[in-house]
Design a protein around this ligand. Structure first.
Ligand code: HEC
Ligand code: HEC
Length: 279
């Protein structure tokens, strides 16, 4: 044990991690996690040789980046988290070099299928948002959060897959279905039903590869716009129905203050999951 200067919080975190590890595997993994938990969890400094955030961006070609994501998914079978993250990372490694070269290729592999098959956040979004945060994080500004939040509303509104990558796809002109939320679950499940496909099918993989391509294409456009000084933070404009709900339950996240009860957090469409109890 013997980690000096740890707080009670760090201590219980340590115990929790040790406990989980014992549950999962015992032995080998357990000792690795214990070592991790004991290694000063509150430290803010970056490891030696890695500069503080934000890291330098370079103007990238959106179509090249999108195609790279598509190909990583199809040809390398990399999964959506890796396809979206690694397409951007590899381009930044080529154009900027250090410190992007310090990051491992498989950092976002766990994001696939909505994080480990759980159907939560779409892994394509998970992969790109890691890069967005590294390139735009600013302790005094909300930029990273605003870009990511806008990206998620955009995603929910899209009819996927777009036909932007049809020229390199063996399955062009696929059925398009609105994602509805940034969640893998609604995005994929409503598509498979409409397309008469299964989640294990080649058609679904083509579709998700194109989703990765489109997400990366859009993020590169936004990144280029932002770093050229042409980006202004958007204000959330909820649909009429959601606006009605957040009047009482809102506002909408922990950065806003307002008249409502302020006990819900989020920008997703309320009526996708709830019924309107006021009618
Ligand atoms: C006029 C104000 C008002 C509006 C508009 C409103 N709510 Fe509520 N809602 C309440 C109050 C008050 C409660 C009870 C809160 C409590 O028990 O603390 C509640 C409870 C709930 C609950 C928990 C209990 C339940 O009935 O399931 C949910 C979920 C909920 N609202 C969702 C919504 C959604 C979704 C909308 C929009 C379609 C909406 N509300 C619109 C005031 C409102
Ligand atoms: C992706 C599905 C989903 C969306 C979208 C969603 N919710 Fe929920 N919400 C849930 C689930 C699941 C729970 C927990 C179960 C429950 O209490 O209904 C919950 C809980 C709540 C509760 C607490 C209810 C209680 O009984 O304590 C409120 C209030 C609420 N949501 C309001 C909203 C509002 C307002 C929106 C839109 C801005 C929204 N939700 C969007 C799934 C969703």
């Amino acid at each position: 044990m013997g980690v000096s200067g740890k707080t009670e919080g760090a201590m219980s975190r340590r115990n929790l991690l040790t406990g989980c590890a014992a549950l999962l595997a015992g032995g080998g993994i357990g000792s690795g996690l214990t070592a991790f938990a004991g290694s000063n969890p509150g430290a803010a400094e970056a490891p030696a040789g890695v500069p503080p955030l934000p890291w330098k961006w370079a103007t990238l070609d959106p179509l090249e980046a999108g195609r790279r994501a598509y190909r990583l998914y199809i040809e390398k079978g990399a999964g959506c988290g890796t396809a979206s993250y690694l397409s951007l990372l590899s381009l930044l490694q080529e154009k900027v070099g250090h410190p992007w070269t310090t990051l491992p290729e498989m950092l976002m592999s766990h994001a696939q299928a909505g994080y480990a098959g759980h159907g939560t956040l779409c892994g394509a979004l998970g992969g790109v948002t890691t890069i967005i945060n590294l390139a735009t994080y600013d302790e005094k500004a909300d930029t990273s959060r605003q870009i990511i939040d806008r990206l998620f509303w955009w995603y929910a509104e899209q009819e996927f897959p777009t036909d932007r990558f049809d020229d390199i796809s063996s399955m062009p002109k696929q059925v398009k279905v609105k994602a509805q939320t940034p969640l893998c679950h609604s995005s994929v499940s409503s598509w498979t039903l409409a397309a008469g496909a299964e989640v294990t099918s080649k058609a679904k993989k083509e579709r998700c590869a194109k989703v990765c391509g489109e997400v990366v294409f859009t993020v590169v456009n936004a990144g280029n716009e932002y770093f050229a000084g042409r980006w202004s933070p958007p204000v959330w404009k909820p649909s009429k129905q959601t606006e009605h709900c957040v009047q009482c339950h809102g506002p909408d996240d922990m950065w806003q203050t307002g008249e409502g009860m302020n006990h819900q957090q989020g920008h997703m469409e309320c009526l996708l999951c709830h019924t309107d109890h006021t009618t």
